[in-house]
Design a protein around this ligand. Structure first.
Ligand code: C2E
Ligand code: MG
Ligand code: MG
Length: 589
């Protein structure tokens, strides 16, 4: 192989006749940058590594023929121009060579001027090809740019560069079908600026446009990549939140949007404050189709605007009432600990035969400044969902233990205080340590505390729960399973759990005397518990008849209105001071 200067056109000469190659190379090396190959196979190896402007190839060679070679050459190096040389001077071979993809054909013995002329033409063809390709590339690029521009105009808002209505509806349609498959919600928030008309009228349209651009940026900052913020023109933006779990997630975004918009906007030298009204609709509740979701979010927006601006409304009025109540409740719950709004009521738990108090259960109440005394079932689920149960639960635990210590100091009988623990508290890493620390702080012996857990909270992470409970039981803290019978405890876990008692749920106690199935169930629970050496406590005992049945069924302890309702500290102290009142006044057996 021989190579010459680099700026000359490159030519590959292929011939199995060394003589021919030498002659051709000698003649052309001044004009061309020449390479040679002695067979079709060798030529392919060379072509795989470098490209050539021209390929001059013999037809009849040992091995691969020149005609077979041409398609390979063109596929390896599409811009090369091939000229064939052959000893056969018939027209058929020439035609065959052209069919194979060659550009020209020279016959042996060749006149060198013919060869030069053929290579000249081939080179021109090569230049033509290059120009054609460049032109095509330019054209394609231009076309792409134009398409992008057309797309931009068709799918994006020119002022804010946000997706426009068409693109938004496209994306919403996709999100809805995905949500349908995955059983999820999609929220559509229709956001409208309350002051655009005023800005346009007083500061001019340019300022209005600037304001819309700044709002677009802020809105985008409130959502994630998978959400879409679009502009529907005028003062209207629409936000789509695909795959949300709860109504509250949308409300959180609305709150974020309103907060983000609340800081001032700079329009030239003018500082301006803006607010937005928001209308919200949900898939699937408020519509199954794109158009109805957008329309209904628009209807909700209208209501939000009518109520004075800077407000949000759900399409479903009922949903709005629920969400705003919940929002208010959550806000006030956050301050309830600091404001010392929680208090504990205590309900005695008595031995079934003697009716002597063996313990009390601490039941939390929330003294809400406006709503009055809120029962736990109205705020514990919310506290669990928001994580507020952790500080609340810790407060309950400390207060119940402190109170029990105080009662012991006052000389009231030594009894256990039962404290309800939520599943969420169990997911804390250091629950056992927290409990032990509190006991130490208030100087209460661990044997005077009992933790009440529901079956579902135990089962949600049974293995981890067993470890924590074992730690606590080793220290002497008692453990009971609350609302027993309503969950799905696995018997095998029940055997392994370090528990002391089962509290039969009040739903079974309620119908005990009238429903034989419930009686049979309680009997089965009692015998199972006794086999596992656990005590059985019946909850919600309200009547003498229930008490009689429970005695028959060999239940160990009871708790319920028959004995006493949950009482504030003073009431409980009166009961503790005169325990005999229980059996005389409350229970006439
Ligand atoms: P629970 O632990 O099963 O508590 C027993 C509930 O039954 C209490 O309702 C009590 O007032 C009520 N009750 C007692 N005797 C009777 C009766 O004879 N008849 C009827 N119908 N009801 C009776 P309360 O105080 O409303 O508490 C409800 C639930 O809230 C509790 O059920 C417990 O799961 C939860 N809870 C209460 N305090 C706390 C707490 O400090 N932390 C946690 N995580 N949950 C708590
Ligand atoms: Mg309980
Ligand atoms: Mg219970």
């Amino acid at each position: 192989m021989k190579t010459g200067a680099t700026d000359k056109p490159r030519i590959l000469v292929i011939d199995d006749d060394k003589q021919v190659r030498r002659v051709l190379l000698d003649i052309f090396c001044d004009v061309y940058n020449c390479c040679e190959a002695s067979s079709g196979e060798e030529a392919l190896t060379v072509l795989a590594q470098e490209s050539f402007d021209l390929v001059l190839s013999d037809i009849n060679m040992g091995g691969m023929s020149g005609l077979e070679l041409v398609p390979h050459v063109l596929s390896l190096s599409p811009d090369s121009v091939v000229v064939m040389i052959s000893g056969q001077s018939n027209i058929e071979t020439a035609i065959e060579a052209m069919h194979a993809g060659a550009f020209d054909y020279i016959m042996k013995p060749f006149d060198i001027r013919h060869v030069e002329a053929a290579l000249d033409r081939a080179l021109k063809q090569r230049q033509l090809l290059t120009e054609k390709r460049r032109y095509k590339d330019d054209l394609e690029k231009l076309l792409l740019e134009r398409t992008a521009e057309v797309d931009r105009l068709a799918y994006y808002d020119t002022l804010t560069s946000l997706p426009n209505r068409t693109l938004f509806e496209d994306r919403l349609t996709q999100a809805v079908s995905l949500a349908q498959r995955e059983d999820k919600k999609v929220a559509v928030l229709f956001v409208a600026l309350d002051q655009l008309k005023k800005v346009n009228d007083t500061l001019g349209h340019l300022a209005g446009d600037q304001l819309m651009q700044q709002i677009a940026l802020r809105l985008k900052g409130c959502v994630t990549e998978s959400d879409t913020v679009a502009r529907f023109g005028g003062d209207q933006f629409v936000v789509m939140l695909p795959e949300i779990e709860r109504t509250k997630d949308a409300v959180d975004i609305v709150a974020l949007i309103q907060e983000t918009l609340s800081s001032s906007f700079n329009l030239g030298r003018q500082e301006l404050f803006a607010t937005a009204s928001v209308g919200i609709s949900f898939f699937p509740e408020d519509g199954k189709e794109t158009s109805s979701l957008v329309k209904n979010a628009g209807a909700a927006l209208y209501r939000a605007k009518k109520s004075g601006g800077n407000e949000y409304r759900f399409y479903t009025a009922d949903m709005h009432v629920k969400a705003s109540k919940r929002f208010e409740l959550e806000t006030s719950l956050r301050h309830a600990i600091d404001n010392q709004e929680f208090l504990l009521h205590y309900q005695p738990r008595v031995a079934i035969d003697s009716l002597k108090i063996v313990g009390v259960e601490a039941l939390v109440r929330w003294q809400h400044p406006h709503l009055g005394l809120v029962p736990p079932l109205d705020f514990i689920p919310l506290a669990e969902e928001t994580g507020l149960i952790l500080p609340i639960g810790e407060w309950v635990l400390r207060e119940a233990c402190r109170q029990n210590r105080e009662w012991q100091n006052k000389g009231f009988l030594h009894m256990r205080v039962g404290v309800n623990i939520s599943a969420r508290q169990f997911q804390q890493q250091h629950l056992a340590e927290t409990v032990m620390r509190i006991l130490e702080e208030v100087e209460l012996g661990p044997e005077f505390l009992e933790l009440e857990l529901t079956e579902s909270s135990i089962m949600s992470n049974a293995e981890a729960t067993i470890i924590v409970l074992t730690k606590l039981q080793t220290k002497g803290v008692a453990i009971s399973v609350d609302d027993f019978g309503t969950g799905f405890s696995s018997l095998s876990y029940l055997k392994r759990l370090p528990i002391d008692s089962l509290k039969v749920d009040q739903s079974f106690v309620r119908e005990l005397a009238t429903d034989p199935d419930d009686a049979a169930l309680v009997m089965a629970i009692v015998s199972l518990a006794h086999t596992l050496r656990l005590r059985v406590v019946a909850e919600g005992v309200e009547t003498q008849e229930q008490l009689r049945f429970l005695r028959l069924l060999r239940c160990d302890e009871i708790q319920g209105y028959l004995i006493s309702r949950p009482l504030p500290v003073e009431g409980m102290e009166q009961l503790l001071a005169v325990p005999s009142r229980l059996s005389q006044d409350a229970v006439r057996v």
